[in-house]
Design a binder for this molecule. Structure first.
Ligand SMILES: [Zn+2]
Length: 117
């Protein structure tokens, strides 16, 4: 099982960083994990959010967010459109199912034919 991280939305903030007080370093990143194997892929329901400061190279955790950061966060959270969590078959998965149907059809056909004799 392979996992891919999709970046759904990023936003630069001009709020003060709680660590270094710089106003140009903060960036929100919203990501979603998608798991996949040969047959299908499926996105996880949870959207992970991260606030990173490019100036002091720190991840700013929600406990350290100021009210202003929280307000900006609420705003950007609404801009995030998560990927559907429905299972998506890949072409290999389709082929696999088609082959399955063909095999079952062939068996049924043989059984039906042999009972006629
Ligand atoms: Zn900083």
């Amino acid at each position: 099982m392979m996992t891919t991280e999709h970046i759904l939305h990023t936003a630069r903030l001009n709020n003060n960083c709680p660590e270094c007080y710089d106003t140009e370093g903060l960036e929100f990143t919203f990501t979603q994990i998608e798991k996949q194997n040969k047959f299908y892929k499926q996105a996880k329901k949870e959207v992970a959010e991260k606030l990173y400061c490019h100036t002091c190279k720190n991840i700013i955790y929600p406990v350290n967010w100021t009210e202003d950061i929280d307000r900006v966060y609420q705003y950007h959270k609404k801009q995030v459109h998560p990927k559907s969590t429905l299972l998506k078959l890949k072409s290999f998965g389709y082929i696999f199912i088609l082959l399955g149907i063909v095999v079952i059809a062939a068996i049924l056909f043989l059984l039906w034919n042999s009972s006629l004799i």
